[in-house]
Each structure stands twice: as structure tokens, then as C-alpha cells.
Design a protein around this ligand. Structure first.
Ligand SMILES: C[S@@+](CC[C@H](N)C(=O)[O-])C[C@H]1O[C@@H](n2cnc3c(N)ncnc32)[C@H](O)[C@@H]1O
Length: 192
């Protein structure tokens, strides 16, 4: 099964996880507050790379942001369009080479996707090129108990190797995940 087929399959139950569907108001509010703390004021243009079912895209569109989501899984994009297609745009495409204009975004947001890139360093260079001068990069990543993911130090190192100062905010609070966690989950931000 290809990676795309795997994510198409994952899409069916994806929103059942607390942090994916954000069905719980406290969880949703925690993510909203965290993201807004690090974003420029709305309206600003956001690229949500590997947007999945579009939950974060919708959350930000509801806050007045102009959001373009990209995901290579047609089933993820179909669900994102059903959820948020009236307020955000979604495209099937490779996040490693996003089909988006350079220097056109105020924010590049990517949650739990950088780790899956064939070359995270190359993807990061491409993502930074999407940003206007002064634009913000927000990477939510983790070093999960499954063994998958990137350590916070690896992600900070990738951002610094791309010539940007990285700010690390660890996210141990259960409210983000709907349960206690024992692995390392975090947000890394940078300015273009
Ligand atoms: C763990 S999910 C995260 C989804 C979303 N960012 C969220 O946090 O709700 C990873 C997503 O990245 C997508 N993805 C993985 N590799 C990709 C690639 N090369 N290009 C585009 N999307 C990709 C998958 O289809 C999936 O939707």
C-alpha cells in the first residue's frame, strides 16, 4: 500500500482523536489560544501543509484567516472540503513541493507532517520560501511513543540549519491531546 493509500485509510477515523477532530470545546479552545498566540492578527494568509481533514484550517478560518490547505491524500482533502470548503481552499498536492505561490503567505502552519517528509530539511526550505518577509512558521511535531516523529532538538536543528531562530514550546498539557501523554510533543516557531 502506498503512503497516499495509507493516509486515505487513516482519514476514515482520523477525527476520532481528540487533537484531530477538536470536538471537545476545551481541547479546541486550547489549540485556538495556542495558535493565536503565535500568529499575526487576522486577516492574514495561512498555508496549512498536510492539512489532513482540515480541522486547524477551519479553526483559523473561523478566526478570520485566509487559509489554503494542501494534502496528498484525496480522502483527507475530500473530508476537509466537506468540513471547511466554504471558508478555506484545499488542494490535493505534495507538501514536499506545495503547489502554492512563493512569498505569498503570512503563516506556514504544519502539524505532524514535517516528520513524514522524505527530506525534512528540503521541505523546510520550500516551506520557508512560501513566506513573505516577516512571515511566521509554526511547526507542531512530536517524538511519539510509537517511535515515529522528530525530537524537539531535531526540529529546532532543522530550523536553525535553515538560518532561522527557532523558539521551542513544549506541549505536555493533557488538554491538547484529550489524555495524559508520556512522549514529547511541542511547537516550534520561527520568523522568515
Ligand atoms: C498526522 S496527519 C496531520 C493532519 C493535520 N495536519 C492535523 O494535524 O490534523 C499527517 C497528514 O499529512 C499528510 N501527508 C503526509 N505526507 C504528505 C505529503 N508528502 N504531501 C502532502 N500531505 C502529506 C497525510 O495525508 C495526513 O493528512
Amino acid at each position: 500500500m502506498s503512503d497516499i493509500d495509507l493516509w486515505d485509510t487513516e482519514a476514515v477515523t482520523f477525527d476520532e482523536a481528540a487533537d484531530h477532530g477538536l470536538a471537545d470545546p476545551a481541547c479546541r479552545a486550547a489549540w485556538r489560544d495556542l495558535l493565536l498566540e503565535h500568529l499575526p492578527a487576522a486577516p492574514a494568509k495561512v498555508a496549512d501543509l498536510g492539512c489532513g481533514t482540515g480541522t486547524l484550517s477551519l479553526l483559523l478560518a473561523e478566526e478570520g484567516y485566509v487559509v489554503d490547505g494542501v494534502d496528498f491524500s484525496p480522502e483527507m482533502v475530500r473530508r476537509a472540503q466537506a468540513k471547511a470548503g466554504e471558508v478555506a481552499t484545499f488542494t490535493v498536492g505534495d507538501a514536499a513541493e506545495p503547489p502554492l505561490a512563493n512569498a505569498a503567505y503570512d503563516v506556514v502552519l504544519s502539524r505532524h507532517v514535517l516528520w513524514a517528509m522524505p527530506s525534512p530539511a528540503a521541505a523546510l526550505e520550500r516551506w520557508l520560501a512560501l513566506l513573505r518577509p516577516g512571515g511566521r512558521l509554526l511547526l507542531v511535531e512530536g517524538n511519539w511513543s510509537t517511535g515515529a516523529g522528530l525530537s524537539a532538538e531535531e526540529t529546532v536543528g532543522l530550523v536553525e540549519a535553515a538560518g532561522r531562530e527557532a523558539v521551542l514550546r513544549r506541549m505536555p498539557e493533557p488538554v491538547f491531546w484529550g489524555r495524559d501523554i508520556s512522549d514529547d510533543r511541542y511547537l516550534v516557531t520561527a520568523t522568515a
